[in-house]
Each structure stands twice: as structure tokens, then as C-alpha cells.
Ligand binder design. Sequence first.
Ligand SMILES: [Zn+2]
Length: 422
Amino acid sequence: MPVMNDYLPLARFSFGMGDRFGHQGRAQLGACVKAAALGVDFIPVWNKSNREHAFIGTEPASVRAEADAAVEALGWTKPYHVDADHIRLETVDRFIVPSDFFTIDVADSIGKPAAAADVKAFVDRHPELVGSVSIPRIDRPFEITRAEAERVANTFLLAAQDAARIYRRIRDAKGAASFITEVSMDETDSPQTPPELLILAALADEGIPLQTIAPKFTGRFNKGVDYVGDLKQFEREFNEDLAVIAFAVRRFGLPPSLKLSVHSGSDKFSIYGPIRRALAAFDAGVHLKTAGTTWLEELIGLAEAGGDGLDIAREIYAYAIGRVDEFCAPYAAVIDIDQSKLPAATAVNGWSATQFTDALRHDPRNPGFNPSFRQLLHVSFKVAAGMGERYLSALAKHEAVIARNVTENLYERHMKPLLAGP
Ligand SMILES: [Zn+2]
């Protein structure tokens, strides 16, 4: 078994954060600075997908520039990374120079059959994955017939081959030791079962020094709001996933830093406890990926500032409420908006700053909190993009109040419960 050692190592705890408009890098890094005081390092990873760049009209190099500037301004001396999020072979090229973390999205290839000879060769190569397969710390063995192993191979082998093509393109361009590889499967229809996570064997066969894998977990990971699903089942599956990863590292020679990546990880307050307990039990790390939660803090900060800031926040809502169906359609799988709970634009135009921030800020104990209002604004960032300079200059003008909200949201509501508990 060849041991993989040619890669840029990723720390045990890493925190992905997105910044649609590129103004909150310092405030986001400020949350990592505060987290260091808890005695654990959350290594910052700035992520932006090709899709987001297209919506906002930005280039991947802008994320590198923002990260470098934030690190310089705060005197951050630990590692930090720039993640080309959800890239594919046809979109990777312009990310290669500015990024050192690549989230290779193979969702489109999952379920498409690989060449029959490749499937046969894979199952022949892995007799340990057929029969009664015991994975330490999973209480019952998996009984896997050859036919089932072939089914799993047929579901995932092409995806692993695809990931390898993308990995090699990046490696050949910038050198294996200069980047981190993640493979994401979260944007698929059904969650992967622990035996299906043995796609890790196929990724190892391809020589990919994988350090994070983003499975689709059970339950709903709606944008910007809490987890919806069976918490007990989530906890059991998360623990089983950790067991499979530990097994795969030993059995297939994957990097010892390999860990789970939780996408749409912001605002999932009810699973942070189960995740924290599982990580402690397995002595494991995690990558938590967030993005849009920071854009909502920009809106909260603008509203809190009052005056022209509050005007912009109300205007964005008024525009969005007029186009609910259009705005929500692309996100149907990742939002649950109750349209009857959406206030009319005329009502919101009469709201005070506090009424607006109470409805928007993710504090479920606040009686004014309105998750439908929050989710609609989550998917409405294109309205702000359309405002152009007016929006950006408001961000600059109200920087102090916005930054306070951005830092507090990431630190108090995300990093602290994950690392230290409530
Ligand atoms: Zn994702």
C-alpha cells in the first residue's frame, strides 16, 4: 500500500467562510482570532464557488487578494487557505493559480456507470470489501455480496475517476505539495450510507491524497437556518462516517488528516452538539463550510445602522418579495419558505431597525425571528449585486457595525458551540 505524503496538509479544525462581496475578510478572520482563545485553532478557508463568482461577477483571484489582505491586517501567522469550491474539469482553470484548496464536485457522475472492466477490476482488487466487512467502532458488520459491491462500484467509480482527472490537472499545473484536495458529493439526491463511503477506496486507488470528503448527510440542510431532520439518526450516521474514515485512512493509505466536510454548515445549531461529541469520541477533526450566513450579517449590520443602511435593507426585501418564485426556484432543494409568513413590503418599509434585525438575525429564542424572511433574503444577494456601487459604499460607510455582526455570528453561534459547547 503506497502511503500518500505529497500534499499540503490541512489542520484538524478548519472553517470555511464565504464572502459574496469581498468586504468581510478581516471581520471573518477576527472570529478565528477569538476562537484561538478557546485553545483550539480554527484555520480559516475562504471559499467561493464558480456559480457564486458568476452571480456576483468576480474572479477567483479576488478571493486570494481578500484573504491575503485580511491576514496582513490582523497579523495572522497560522495557515490559511483559499478554496475553489465545487469546481469541475471545465471550470477549474482560472482557480488554479489563486487557490490552494480545491473542492472537486463529482455529484454529476454519481450513479453513472463506469466501464464494466473497471468495475470488475475494482472489486477484484478489494476482496476486503466483499463478505462480512467489520469496521472498528461500528457495532455490526456489513454483509456485502459481490453483487452489492459491484452496485456500489457502479454508482461511485466513475465519480472517482472524474475526481482523479480534475486532481491531476491541478497537480500537473501547480505541484502536489501546494494544495489540499476535497471531494464533494453533497449536491446529490440521497445521502450516502457507510458502505457507500468506501468510494474512499476508489479515490485512494486513483492516488488522490484526499483530506476532506463532503458526503450528503441525512436530513435537510436548508440555507441559513437550522437543521431539519432526525437528530438521533444524524448522530448515528455521523459517528459511522467517522468510523469509516478512520478505517479508510489505515486500510487504503489516505492522509491521516482526512476528515469530514460539512457543507451548508452555517446555522445548523442543533447538530453542533452531536458533531462536537462525535469528534471528541473519535479524536477527529472537521471542516465546516459556511457562506451566505455572512451576507445576511451584512444586511443585519446595514439595518442596525439605520438611515440609508436600513433603507437599503428594506429595498432589497421589497424587490425580493416581488419575485419570490423566481428567486427561490434555483434553491428549491435547499430552502423551505412559508410564503404566508412573508411580511408585505409595505409593512417592512414601516419597520424600525430593531424589528428588521429581530426578524433576520438567527436567534430562535427571539419571538420576532422569522425563518421564512431570513431564507428569502439569503437567496436575494443578486439584488445587492445589482445595486453595485451604492451597496458597496454602504458596506464601507457602515463597516464597524457590520463587522461586529459578522465576527460575532461566526464566533458565538458557530465556532464556540462546535469547539467548546453551549
Ligand atoms: Zn456543497
